[in-house]
Design a protein. Sequence first.
Length: 315
Amino acid sequence: MCSETSISKADQLRSKPSDRKPVGRFAPSPTGDLHFGSLVAAVGSFLQARSGGGEWLIRIEDIDPPRAVRGAAARQVQALARFGLHPDRPVLYQSANKSRHEAAVDRLLQSGQAFRCACSRRDLPASGIYPGTCRNGLPPGRTGRSVRLRVDEQRVCFRDHICGEQSQQPARQTGDFVIRRADDLIAYQLAVVVDDAADGVTEVVRGRDLLESTGRQILLHRALGLLLPTYLHLPLVVDENGRKLSKSSGDDPICRQQPQQALRLALTVLGHSPPANLPTIESIWSWALAAWNPTRIPNSPMTVHSGQIERYTPK
Ligand code: GLU
């Protein structure tokens, strides 16, 4: 496991100085309408940034056109506005940052930290862990399709505000991982790291499903020499079968929900049940900003049952 001392000195130096103003973001992919779990992530990221006097951004992660749903980005921004979730800068669109993503891939290729790979999914073992086929050069007669980051055996140690000390070994999770896809699209892992750094994001607050990507993202921060944000992974909202709500399956869109009631429930998931006597969205926000204390956030999946929030227990 990791301890205070095993979180590398270099990573500590690369972390946000405590006097830097917090900047948080909510970063949905436009793959469908936002659901109640998305609202929880938006509310958590907003409160973590704004309660510390910082800025909160919306960044639409629209770098994967095959998965994008037409009109979803605009509906996401409108839905957030109904809850009083207005960003401090104009809405950011990740697709506008293609040249800085490409520049980062080029730097990693030039420094030898990344390499071109000829493999297709069919060439990979069932484990999904890259066997290193092209890391020392392309096999004769093959051409590079994707670009992968070179990953060594080291453990990546970091502290999550809710989940505690984490120790991940990307070599055992994925091995050398794709940063530029064979279809020429930039991979999420690369784009999120480059843009968080370029947007000055200091607090990454998002759903627990992304905790296992964090080690890989820290490797990219290190490889590119970028400042590290702090991490806070929020409890997932699951249905009665334990399945995470998903935008692409059209789960429970928040644009159809009554904003005050849904905001109260989202805060309750985050361990902050608002008192009953708050009549408006604004009054709920003033209360929540003053009350916000991330140590109250539970560390287990939550579910909505008959309009009430409960911890999810598998049947
Ligand atoms: N774009 C990702 C999503 O919609 C979130 C990325 C992140 O917060 O790092 O799930």
